[in-house]
Design a protein around this ligand. Structure first.
Ligand code: NAP
Length: 335
């Protein structure tokens, strides 16, 4: 790799509100060489995730924040091009926190080998963190029963589109919220949702009442904010709120007010509101991936990826995600 260039997106400044390309700078460095026990990985597909924005804030999340001047953190799939580790071979397809760059030197223990029989896009979407988040969040935290009503927010996004389809597979009635009539039509016409609500234009409380005449048993919450607030009042006794993420707040300059009805409605309706991180369930990852792959093969789970070409477009694509431009799993094809 001597002589090749490694393009890297650097965090230039922490955003105070909405993230944009102005918060990053592109730097070129020589491709680094791996040391003993390390591998050099060429990035193929970079995952863009709402959590990227959370990592740009100074407060730690479930991982340490990115520091200004650092290569932007990012989860990615890549190919091993040099290996000084006995268990990893050149040509292996691996995933890990490669960062927003063409090449990364990683300890062999920091990457996980992936099954090259599958499409790389699927490995980063339905068979990766995204699909697993929907799978575990719904099944382990939500614990659906056939006939129950499941509400999913950010339902036309990556996790949401899978969570809704898995709820259908579990025999539930499924309602999604998404921004705009096109996304809503896609949910009902292509993905089999029973109803969809454009949260940007609807009177949410009234629309939820209408779309969930028997109330909501499980709310798969990707957003917090207004949808959570409206859902709380429609929850059935014994309902579960799966706290998956907080999209409405990642770009907020100040934390928004907590929802009305907490804890009162939780008490009266005996609701369980539970957060989770997908890695909590990784002990059973091979079985979960096999189930997801089977559903895809049987045509019961549709995997939608939204691919942006070129590492140079990553910052604009991340901003676009918060403007609702993606449908399904947002990825950047780097090589
Ligand atoms: N707990 C875990 O282990 C775990 C793992 C992975 C992801 N997550 C969480 O899962 C959620 C979904 O992530 P994803 O990767 O699937 O992203 P995504 O849904 O594909 O992308 C974000 C979508 O959210 C919507 N959105 C953007 N800003 C919003 C706002 N202010 N209010 C409401 N909706 C907004 C947009 O769609 P519209 O056009 O519909 O607005 C956008 O397309 C996130 O909260 C993420 O942090 C959690």
């Amino acid at each position: 790799m001597t002589g090749s260039i490694n393009r890297q997106w650097i965090l230039a400044a922490r955003p105070a509100g909405m993230v944009g390309p102005e918060h990053f700078t592109l730097r070129e460095k020589p491709v680094p060489a791996p040391g003993q026990g390390e591998v050099l990985v060429r990035t193929r597909l970079l995952s863009l995730d709402p959590a990227n924005r959370a990592w740009m804030s100074p407060a730690p999340t479930y991982r340490a924040p990115v520091m200004p001047g650092d290569v932007m953190h990012g989860f990615a799939l890549g190919e091993v091009v040099q290996s000084n580790a006995p268990d990893v071979s050149v040509g292996d397809l691996v995933e890990g926190m490669l960062g927003w760059q063409d090449y990364a030197v990683m300890k062999a223990t920091e990457v996980a080998r992936r099954d090259a029989r599958y499409r790389p896009e699927a490995l980063m979407g339905v068979l990766g963190i995204t699909g697993l988040t929907a799978y575990y969040g719904l099944r382990e935290v939500g614990r659906p029963k056939p006939g129950e009503t499941v509400l999913v927010s950010a339902a036309a996004g990556a996790v949401g589109s899978f969570a809704g389809q898995i709820a259908k597979i579990e025999g539930c009635r499924v309602v999604g919220t998404a921004g705009g009539p096109e996304k809503c039509a896609w949910l009902t016409q292509e993905l089999g949702f029973d109803a969809a609500i454009d949260y940007k234009s609807a009177d949410l409380r009234a629309a939820l009442k209408d779309a969930c005449p028997r109330g909501i048993d499980i709310y798969f919450d990707n957003t917090g904010g207004a949808v959570l607030q409206a859902a709380l009042f429609q929850m059935n006794t014994g309902g579960r709120i799966v706290c998956c993420g907080n999209l409405s707040q990642y770009n907020a300059e100040k934390p928004g007010p907590g929802p009305m009805g907490v804890p009162g409605l939780l008490v009266v309706k005996r609701l369980r509101m539970e957060g989770f991180i997908v890695m909590d369930y990784f002990a059973t990852r091979p079985q979960a991936e096999a189930t997801l792959a089977k559903w895809v093969e049987e045509g019961r789970l549709k995997a939608q990826e939204d691919i942006v070409e070129g590492l140079e477009n990553a910052p604009a694509a991340l901003a676009g995600m918060f403007a609702g431009r993606n449908r399904g799993k947002l990825l950047v094809r780097v090589a």
